[in-house]
Structures are given as structure tokens and as C-alpha cells.
Design a binder for this molecule. Structure first.
Ligand SMILES: O=C(CO)COP(=O)(O)O
Length: 298
């Protein structure tokens, strides 16, 4: 399952592909040793992270079995963290069949301790099911479901308090980019996370311009790098130099096997959150390994 979690519900499947399926989204981070800064930095765990989310309405037990079988057979370089994010209802199936080399994420969770919140899934329950990660603030949660910045920040803080690692999503809509508000929007979303989060050690930032998600309109490497640098500068000014250099910032939005290498060459792109391409069999592994290849070549 590589999960492409497409974050949202779109498909159900895990892994890569779906037309961005629903949900597995993938972050892929790599730590690229290609630059000295990365080589010597302590950025995150070893390597990049690729996460996929997939799921929702498109997935079935059968399609997920196939994705998991593919993922189990894929050859992925060891220095890349790979995470798949199936829909809640398939987490147990994935956990019981997926190789331990790939970790499991949920696509969302409740904002606080479990209780009488019908239909919600708590961080404690995710831990109980073997999840190590949760994706929070995906654009579909923000703009389709209507979750507010502050609410998402509180979710992140609570998930971290329960020892879940958080893939914290930010990103501007097309009209916001066209109005020259990209940085304002991203910084406001960052501030909302910072207002609740006290330790960034287990946080990965996923920059996903809304206009690039599931549209096949990928941001250019320069557009993505520009925002990643700005977010790192924001960390320097508002949190610390150490958090700025150690936090992995991954890119999401129409990443595929053909564009991942150029994106990965950018200094501040530490991995990817992959939707549709994570459901296309070997393409997900190609995305993971293209990063590593680049690193080795460098
Ligand atoms: O956010 C994403 C998945 O949830 C990205 O999806 P795509 O890679 O299909 O654009």
C-alpha cells in the first residue's frame, strides 16, 4: 500500500495511485545528502519521507490487498522513510499485511482525548491500531470539511502528546497565489500550528498548494523551493535555527515518477506527499528511489 493516501477520500486504496485517491497520501522525505547542509544536518530521521494516502471511497479490501502486495515487493532504498495512509477502516488490514519497513499513518484524527464524539477516531485509538503517524490539515480537511487553522493546530498538539508523528499540511489556494498571498496564507497556517505545538521533533511539514493537488498541475521546482525556503526562514524567525534546519519539509501536489527528480534536487524539498501516483504500482517506488539515486549521485 503505498499509500497514497490521497488524503481524502477519494479512493480507497492505499497506495499510490488513484487519481489521487482518496487517500493515501504520501510524504516522502529524503534526506538528501547531496548538499553539505543536509549531509550534516540532523533533519529528521534518516532520509526522506514519502507518504501516501489513499482512500476513502475508492478503496476496497481487494484493491488494498493488491496495493499492499505491490508495496511489499517494491525495492525501496533504506534511507527514505516511507509512510502510507490508508483510510481508517483499512488500517488494521494494512497493519496486518504490510512490511514493517513502511509505517502507517491515519489521514485525520480527533482533536483531543477520546470520548462521546460520534464518528470520530482518537489519537489513542490510532496508536492502539499500530499507527505511528497522522496527516493533519490536509487541504480537503480545511476547504471541503471546513476545519479552521486553530482547530488543526490543537489536533496536532494532542496527537503529538500521544506520541503520534504529525504530517502537518499547509498550502494556498489558486486565488490566494494569484493575489500574491501565498506566503501570508502559509505563515498563518504555520503560526496556528506553532500556537499549539511545543516540540517540533516529530513534525513534518507538507507544503501542498491546493491548486496542484490532484490537478496534474505540479508546482515548478522553483515555485516549490521558494515556499519551502520561506517556511524554513519562518521557522528561523519564529521558532529557532535548530528547528529550521532539522524539520523536514515535503512537497505534495501532482508529484509523479516523471517530475519527482527535478523537485527532489531542490535544496529545501525533503520528500513528497504523494496522492495519485502512489496508487500506480511501481511508480511510487520510483518516486522514493529517485530521491535516493540523486543523493548517491551527488
Ligand atoms: O495531497 C495529495 C494526496 O492527498 C496529493 O495528491 P496528488 O499527488 O494526486 O496531487
Amino acid at each position: 500500500m503505498a499509500v497514497e493516501l490521497s488524503l481524502a477520500p477519494r479512493f480507497s486504496g492505499l497506495r499510490l495511485a488513484c487519481e489521487r485517491a482518496p487517500s493515501l497520501s504520501s510524504p516522502l522525505f529524503f534526506h538528501r545528502a547531496c548538499s553539505q547542509r543536509r549531509l550534516f544536518s540532523t533533519r529528521g530521521a534518516p532520509g526522506g519521507v514519502v507518504a501516501m494516502a489513499g482512500t476513502g471511497k475508492n478503496g476496497t479490501k481487494d484493491s488494498i490487498s493488491k496495493l499492499v502486495a505491490d508495496l511489499n515487493g517494491d525495492k525501496m532504498e533504506n534511507d527514505v522513510d516511507v509512510v502510507v495512509a490508508p483510510p481508517f477502516i483499512y488500517i488494521d488490514q494494512v497493519k496486518n499485511s504490510l512490511t514493517d519497513r513502511i509505517e502507517i499513518s491515519a489521514q485525520n484524527c480527533w482533536v483531543g482525548k477520546g470520548g462521546a464524539f460520534t464518528g470520530e477516531i482518537s489519537a489513542e485509538q490510532l496508536i492502539d491500531m499500530g499507527c505511528k503517524w497522522v496527516i493533519l490539515g490536509h487541504s480537503e480537511r480545511r476547504h471541503v470539511i471546513g476545519e479552521a487553522d486553530e482547530f488543526i493546530g490543537k489536533k496536532a498538539a494532542y496527537a503529538l502528546s500521544q506520541n503520534l508523528k504529525v504530517i502537518a499540511c499547509i498550502g494556498e489556494k489558486l486565488e490566494e497565489r494569484e493575489a500574491g498571498k501565498t506566503f501570508d496564507v502559509c505563515f498563518q497556517q504555520m503560526k496556528a500550528f506553532a500556537d499549539s505545538i511545543t516540540s517540533w521533533e516529530n513534525v513534518v511539514i507538507a507544503y501542498e498548494p491546493v491548486w496542484a493537488i490532484g490537478t496534474r498541475k505540479v508546482a515548478t521546482p522553483e515555485q516549490a523551493q521558494e515556499v519551502h525556503v520561506a517556511v524554513r526562514d519562518w521557522f528561523k524567525k519564529n521558532i529557532s535555527e535548530e528547528v529550521a534546519s532539522s524539520t523536514r519539509i515535503i512537497y505534495g501536489g501532482s508529484v509523479n515518477g516523471g517530475n519527482c527528480s527535478e523537485l527532489a534536487k531542490q535544496e529545501d524539498i525533503d520528500g513528497f506527499l504523494v496522492g495519485g501516483a502512489s496508487l500506480k504500482g511501481p511508480e511510487f517506488a520510483t518516486i522514493v528511489n529517485s530521491v535516493t539515486s540523486k543523493k548517491v549521485a551527488a
